[in-house]
Design a protein around this ligand. Structure first.
Ligand code: ZN
Length: 152
């Protein structure tokens, strides 16, 4: 297999890069939406804050967390993907990532391209107990968005 890039190595590098240099860390002051998530199976914790623009789009994202590389890399990649997205698009990404991790078909209108670096986490689905680590930031996002669901 000479010359064939080793995807596992590439994915490991993406995950470790986000783990060591997480993007969008630090909680926003006076966020429009916030939630905290905890994964008791691994001890992972994520606090997520979101600021919305006047159109209801996600303008800024900040998070703080601690735990394993899978949970923290997933959070970091998620915050990168969320910026500039509408709340509806955020729900769509959440559904698409959950489908990817469940080895299910992606929701209509979604492709793996939408998920960007999140696809680096796909290998985690071979380790069911770690799937909770990868999904923790997304469960936290769902909680945060649910707070805002009553506003138009
Ligand atoms: Zn974990």
């Amino acid at each position: 297999m000479m010359g064939t890039p080793d995807l596992d190595d590439l994915y490991r590098e993406i995950i470790l890069d986000h783990y060591r240099n997480p993007r969008n860390t630090g909680l926003l002051a006076g966020p429009d939406l916030q939630a905290e998530g905890f994964n008791p199976f691994c001890g992972d914790r994520v606090v997520l804050t979101l600021a919305l623009d006047s159109g209801g789009g996600i303008e800024r994202v900040g998070f703080e967390g601690e735990g394993c590389s899978i949970s923290q890399a997933s959070a970091s990649i998620m915050t990168e993907l969320l910026k500039g997205k509408s709340v509806g698009e955020a729900h769509g990404l959440n559904a698409a990532f959950r489908a990817l991790m469940a080895d299910a078909e992606l929701p209509h209108g979604h492709s793996a391209d939408d998920l960007g670096e999140l696809t680096a986490l796909e290998g985690v689905k071979r380790f069911p107990v770690r799937i909770k680590c990868a999904l923790l930031p997304w469960a936290t996002l769902q909680d945060a968005l649910a707070q805002g669901s009553h506003t138009p």
